[in-house]
Design a protein around this ligand. Structure first.
Ligand code: PEP
Ligand code: MN
Length: 337
């Protein structure tokens, strides 16, 4: 349920409603808008009759929320949430471009790619140190050494770091280095992991699962928000379909759908979404055109020798050209880069 306060409700009236919500063993999420304050009741509020709150002074009405997610929904937070990253606001007018290799492989590799993507216009550096690989025999990432190299690359370029944690146990280590912690597609419904990153105060990049519906994606975000971490960015990275010409099917239609249902920003990852280098630029342009708040792109200085995801990694030159294209597209769709 959402409790809508009158536009002139006082701080005392708001506090009284919050106290009553909390006395029922529920939590109150207070969202102060320009027009009025909304109080989201967090937890299982089904047994509670909303009309009792309508008797409180300062309360205009209560709205039952039938959706299984509240905090992630636009009903609760009508305005777009802006997540700050490297001095910019993801979800605002500027399109955020995050780039870097699939995996951190060596000092030379990460420093070279970091420098190149920075010069081309990336606002953050991605790179996996803990890698979720389909085969146990594939390169699994450098672990903590990889995190140290990412920190070195941040030092050298000033770019914040986006990197993945695969288990709740890894979260405290990863957040010691990361500016943004990535939850990979395979872990979108790892609820223990979602709870743990929800307890942290690190920005979370939540990737859509390989076969997840939009409601499942929003409910996964709800796990994080309901722990008190409101700094969440979605990422569409392709889903499994019968299509046999690309690794996944990049579901660009989810971008306007998420924008309608949620206030949280959404990026698109055309690298995992297509699996093929030559498809990355066209799908990036398309993602910008449908209103994505940014892109996350795999870039490698020597993709044919990459230890993971070489076939979908673009070169620094290809990346620079793509950023130029995006700079031209952005003003046409009311955005900038
Ligand atoms: C990645 O970003 O390198 C990755 C493993 O992504 P996903 O979880 O989307 O497969
Ligand atoms: Mn990858």
């Amino acid at each position: 349920m959402i409790i809508v306060m009158n536009h002139d409700a006082t701080a005392k009236e708001i506090a009284e409603v919050v106290a009553r919500v909390e006395s029922k063993g529920l939590r109150a999420n207070v969202s102060r808008g320009e027009e009025r304050t909304l109080i989201g009741v967090v937890g299982d509020d089904r047994p509670i009759d909303g009309t009792q709150f309508e008797a409180f002074s300062g309360v205009e009405k209560t709205i039952p929320i039938l959706k299984p997610f509240k905090l992630a929904s636009r009903d609760m937070h009508p305005k777009d949430t802006l997540v700050s990253l490297n001095g910019m606001e993801v979800g605002g007018r500027k399109i955020a471009v995050i780039a870097g290799p699939c995996s951190v492989e060596s000092r030379e590799q990460i420093l070279e790619v970091a420098q190149a993507v920075k010069e081309a216009g990336a606002i953050a550096l991605r790179g996996g140190a803990f890698k979720p690989r389909s085969s146990p025999y594939s390169f699994q990432g450098l672990g903590e050494k990889g995190l140290e190299l990412l920190a070195e690359a941040r030092e050298a370029t000033g770019l914040p770091i986006v990197t993945e944690a695969m288990s709740p146990e890894q979260v405290s280590l990863v957040t010691r280095y990361a500016d943004v912690i990535q939850i990979g597609a395979r872990n979108m419904q790892n609820y223990a992991l979602l709870n743990t990153v929800g307890e942290s105060n690190c920005t979370v990049l939540l990737k859509r699962g390989l076969m997840s519906t939009i409601e499942e994606l929003l409910m996964s975000a709800e796990y994080i928000l309901s722990e008190g971490n409101y700094s969440v960015i979605f990422c569409e990275r392709g889903v499994r379909t019968f299509s046999d010409f690309s690794r996944n099917t990049l579901d660009l239609a989810i971008v306007p759908a998420v924008k309608k249902m949620s206030h949280l920003p959404i990026l698109v990852d055309p690298s995992h979404g297509t699996g093929r280098r030559e498809k990355v630029a066209p799908l990036s342009r398309a993602a910008a055109a449908v209103g994505a708040d940014g892109l996350m792109i795999e870039v490698h200085h020597d993709p044919n020798r990459a230890l993971s995801d070489g076939p979908q990694s673009i070169t620094p030159d290809m990346f620079a050209e793509l950023v130029q294209d995006l700079r031209q597209i952005a003003p046409v769709i009311g955005r900038r880069l």
